[in-house]
Design a protein around this ligand. Sequence first.
Ligand code: ZN
Length: 175
Amino acid sequence: MPKCPHCNYELTLLERRRKYKCSKCSKLFPQIEIETKDFVEFNKRQRKLDEEALTEQKLKQLELDKFVKKQAQIQRKAKMEELRPIKFQEYYKLNKEKILAKQKIFRHENGQRINLRHRILHRLNIEERRQLSRINAWRNKNRLLTADITKNGLFSFYNTESDDIMPTSSLSYLL
Ligand SMILES: [Zn+2]
């Protein structure tokens, strides 16, 4: 109900005259003026209420979020406590099918990539193995050469020091 701008008493609408009349101070106000003013104030009040409700809602939501977060944290912690004593082997035993299924899916999805990687590694390994055997052959040759020189008396260092350089296996070839 609109109020009188002068005495704040309730106004009565005189419909035919399109005016509001205050029954206390008997003043008349154009209907449009009062209603516009009233509407503006109503809006203002409503906005304020909405804002308050929104703030309250926000606070409630924040509290709810906090609660949910805390609950999740508690559950996570409980689950970790529960899993802690289970060793991997036991875990594997309990979840074997799940783990194997996951591995199968992974292989299926990445099979081509894995195969290519294995092929490249194999090729790289061949080269590495060849290099290693070449180095070993060269080392062995050096050892035998050293042993040969020692045997012929060019160097007389057959003591504990040379044991480190010449393994007896390389010397057995000469015997
Ligand atoms: Zn009045």
